[in-house]
Design a protein around this ligand. Structure first.
Ligand code: ATP
Ligand code: MG
Length: 357
């Protein structure tokens, strides 16, 4: 894939201020404020129904906010219709026109804007070339596989040379391998083009892999924003901790767990951080202790002794359920299958998070 021949980088910041949208009594989006930097890749991650698509559709102009404003590139577009916004959207179901050819689909937006046939073809071929689909120019879209259709939908968005690309779960209909490959290409292409990209997904791995920054949404609100590593390693709340990385959430007195953790030889926390851990309180009102499954590590010489009650092999790792003092701890472990029954393990990391469940 080549850098845009014009050498022009199209990107614009996207700013949402106090944006809300309700459908009858469903508050789909509540008081969302976001500042998405020009040229960055930003993801909105959250469970089904949390308001991701509605937020994206408001940025595209397909929905109007009940309150708040949306600016793109410093211009207030809250009352600007979708076709006049510098945005293009790629949908989960591709939304290609089945009765049209690839060419007609990719050129559609350009034709609407009144571009002449020669320029349209040039633009369409450039966009198709970028997604390595130029050879399908004359084909009917009904002849294409899901993966090919997805690329044509991406080419259609790119052809309009938008300042902001909007993606609504564009990879979720692809098989695992194609999804990973396309994800990689998408990221590389976004870096080359430098187009501000906003990506909606409920797949944590996708959000972590693609984003410069990401936001976690719950019930129409943003609960945490940050770079993927920040959000992953410093979850602000129980919801973030569980949704991103499947943490164990432990209530009540955590003294024994924390003491055992600081004794564990393999403790990740080094030096001053470990000192700090010793002084941590064993119970904090309104908070729970989040322990990542990968931080519960089976070890024949481990500090803790529990009971392995369940395991399932997932390929890259196995998921174990360890019963310990009335708590069930999830553990993500690599290696050979273990015997159900007594098991020793270490806990090598934890963090206090607000209990927002
Ligand atoms: N046009 C609509 N009319 C009525 N309710 C709607 C409409 N669009 C969305 N909703 C409701 O608003 C809430 C948020 O929907 P939204 O589509 O934004 O969620 P989402 O996070 O994209 O979910 P998913 O991951 O399932 O796509 C849901 O409760 C949904 O049922
Ligand atoms: Mg959605």
């Amino acid at each position: 894939m080549n850098v845009d021949p014009s050498g022009e980088i199209q990107s614009a910041s996207v700013v949402l201020r106090g944006v809300s949208r309700a459908f009858h009594d469903v508050k789909a989006v509540r008081d969302v404020s976001l500042h998405i930097e020009a040229g960055s890749f930003f993801s909105l991650l959250g469970p089904s129904g949390c308001g991701k698509s509605t937020t994206l559709r408001m940025i595209a102009g397909f929905e109007h906010p009940d309150t708040g404003t949306i600016s793109i590139g410093g211009v207030d577009v809250t009352n600007v219709p979708p076709q006049k916004r510098p945005t293009a959207m790629v949908f989960q179901n591709y939304a290609l026109f089945p009765h049209m050819t690839v060419a007609q689909n990719v050129e559609y937006g350009l034709a609407v804007k009144g571009m002449n046939a020669g320029d349209r073809k040039k633009r369409a071929l450039e966009a198709l070339d970028r997604v390595e689909m130029a050879s399908l120019y004359e084909k009917s879209v009904t002849e294409l596989s899901g993966g090919q259709q997805q690329r044509i939908a991406l080419a259609r968005a790119l052809a309009t040379q938008p300042d902001v690309l909007l993606f609504d779960e564009p990879l979720s209909n692809l098989d695992a391998e194609l999804r990973e490959q396309t994800r990689l290409e998408l990221k590389r292409m976004q870096k080359e083009l430098g187009t501000t990209s906003i990506y909606v997904t409920h797949d944590q791995e996708e959000a972590l892999a693609l984003s410069d920054r990401m936001a976690i949404m719950k019930d129409g609100r943003i609960v945490q924003t940050g770079a993927p590593r920040d959000v992953y390693y410093n979850p602000a709340s129980a919801f973030s901790a569980r949704f991103l990385g499947g943490s164990n959430l432990i209530e009540g007195d955590c003294a024994e767990l924390l003491a055992g953790e600081s004794h564990a030889e393999k403790s990740r926390s080094a030096g001053s951080q470990a000192e700090e851990r010793h002084s941590e309180r064993s119970h904090i009102e309104g908070m729970v202790l989040a322990v990542r499954a990968e931080d519960v590590q089976p070890d024949p010489d481990g500090t803790f002794e529990g009971e392995l009650v369940f395991q399932q092999f997932l390929g890259r790792s196995s998921e174990l359920l360890i019963q310990w003092k009335g708590i069930q701890l999830k553990s993500s472990a690599r290696g050979e299958a273990l015997q159900n029954g007594p098991i020793r393990f270490n806990v090598v990391g934890s963090s206090w998070v607000t209990d927002d469940r």
